[in-house]
Design a protein around this ligand. Structure first.
Ligand code: NAD
Length: 482
């Protein structure tokens, strides 16, 4: 099956941090795929901008190697890759001084869409925005893409929003949360709003509870000391899990336009019940036979930062009052697996007698691996012997449903092209980010004030014991992390 490609006009895209890990591993391979699919027109320019003393040839060489390494199995053909690399150039720019900015201005055209991707450490977001303003690089058709983390707490996020607002209109700012670019996450909206089937049941009358799990099997590895300054709550819950929760819980927007969608997400965040620090479960993984402990990896033996967090979240509005949302995320868990599971309530009465085994209907949306959806339903077990019930899975893997050779685009492919098209629907608005921090800050602050020590959990397990208790207390169970 061939993906539909919406053409765009030639554009200029500057990647600050073009030599960095994210640019080499994700951004440039994503652009190469869009180029090979014919979506990035000839005449578009991609300019790497970083501090390294490179010239265009050196940059092209570096990216050729990165494409070899990161494009994976279904890489575009060699000719497309080489034409893509020919469209790259490099300007040496120091974000923290005036060096190179005039050269960068000289490399850009006035009359095309101009996008600046901030793929640098967060301390450079403000200085780059200021330099773009100072060197007159901002045209009406300019957009900026800001990577995560967007602030460290409400105060820093607010300050960053103010710095950006001094140079850009909100319609020019694309705050990236790559979860929103995942096909399955967008499918959440399609499932909810393009089918009549689910929406009438999508409320506390019919939904018993929702589980959102983002589990990783990797530890913090080389990013240890950096990760230790944030932890699972800041790194995952405040952004990715919060966005997933919003997409499940929001009211139907009146159209699929950026502010219509983002207004509804903001209402959800504002309706979240506060969670006290003591109610939230946090954990740190211990050492295993072949793996180091969290404390060793972050090189801080007394660190109180969590590599795991689990929370029960209530939403105080008419639709969701009484249906808890359980969120959990962590590193060094049993496997890399992310899913959203919506467990429906039992039917009000069994016509099959008291002894009939009930399993609640569950709709599972798998984000990774094997993106797809499963709906568990009760059926009659085939054969004689009366009405015996059994629960089975109606299972759909997107790869199977859409055809073997359908390439499921990486989130960055979709998101970068949305920036060029000027579509902010899948990007976070400033007030949304601030509201999310306003909700998570008191929990993190509570942990800090209490010098709360995270519980230990075994590597490659499903997390700390207390997280199991969080569910048991409510007579429920986490789904297994497989
Ligand atoms: P990195 O350290 O690998 O790369 C940083 C880049 O910034 C390099 O190209 C470097 O030359 C450039 N740089 C540093 N100082 C500079 C200066 N003064 N002027 C100009 N350029 C300068 O970092 P990364 O992993 O690529 O991450 C970049 C951003 O993306 C960070 O904000 C990070 O939080 C975010 N992010 C990264 C990942 C990832 O998987 N790597 C995932 C999500 C978000």
């Amino acid at each position: 099956m061939v993906a539909r490609v919406i053409p765009v006009d030639p554009f200029d895209l500057v990647i600050f941090g073009g030599t960095g890990d994210l640019a080499r591993r994700k951004i440039l391979p994503a652009l190469c795929r869009r180029f090979a699919d014919g979506q990035m027109p000839e005449g578009s320019r991609i300019i790497g901008a970083a501090r390294a003393a490179l010239d265009t040839d050196g940059f092209r060489q570096m990216i050729r190697k990165a494409l070899d390494e990161f494009l994976g199995e279904d890489a575009p053909d060699a000719d497309s890759q080489s034409r893509f690399v020919d469209a790259l150039s490099y300007v040496k720019v120091d974000a923290a001084s005036d060096d190179g900015w005039a050269d960068l201005r000289g490399a850009l055209r006035e009359d095309v869409v101009r996008a600046f991707y901030f793929s640098v450490g967060p301390s450079l977001f403000g200085p780059i925005a200021a330099q773009l303003g100072a060197f007159n690089l901002v045209t009406p058709e300019t957009r900026i893409v800001v990577e995560k983390p967007f602030g460290h707490d409400l105060e820093t996020a607010r300050a960053l929003n103010q710095t950006l607002a001094a140079h850009f209109d909100e319609t020019q700012i694309y705050r990236i949360d790559h979860y929103l670019g995942k096909e399955t996450v967008q499918n959440l909206m399609a499932v909810r709003f393009a089918n009549i089937l689910f929406e009438p049941l999508w409320n506390s009358r019919f939904v018993d509870h929702v589980q959102i799990t983002v589990a990783e099997s990797v530890g913090v590895g080389g990013r240890g000391p950096y990760y230790d300054k944030s932890g699972a709550m800041r790194d995952m819950v405040q952004n990715h899990l919060m966005q997933l929760l919003c997409l499940i819980a929001m009211e139907p927007p009146h159209c699929f336009e950026p502010d219509a969608v983002r207004d509804e997400k903001l209402k959800v965040i504002n309706a979240l019940d506060p969670v006290s620090a003591g109610e939230a479960v946090r954990g740190q993984y211990t050492a295993g036979p072949n793996s180091a402990s969290y404390l060793t990896e972050v090189e801080t033996p007394d660190s109180l930062t969590e590599s795991y967090v689990a929370l029960k979240v209530g939403i105080s509005n008419w639709r969701w009052k009484g249906t808890p949302f359980y969120l959990r995320t962590g590193k060094r868990l049993r496997s890399r697996s992310s899913e959203i599971a919506i467990t429906f309530r039992d039917p009000p009465h069994s016509i099959f007698g008291e002894g009939a085994p009930w399993r609640a209907n569950v709709l599972v949306i798998r984000l990774q691996p094997d993106e797809g959806m499963t709906l568990r339903v009760m059926i009659k077990e085939p054969g004689p012997g009366g009405m015996r019930l059994k629960d089975v899975a109606l299972d759909m893997s997107f790869a199977d449903a859409l055809g073997e050779d359908m390439h499921i685009p990486d989130a960055y492919e979709r998101l970068i092209m949305d920036v060029i098209r000027g579509n902010q629907t899948l990007f976070m608005r400033g007030d949304e980010v601030e509201a999310a921090w306003a909700w998570t800050d008191p929990i993190i602050d509570g942990w800090r004030k209490a010098a709360d020590k995270p519980s230990e959990y075994d590597p490659f397990s499903s997390g700390p014991e207390d997280a199991l208790m969080l569910m048991h207390r409510d007579g429920r169970k986490w789904r297994e992390i497989r």
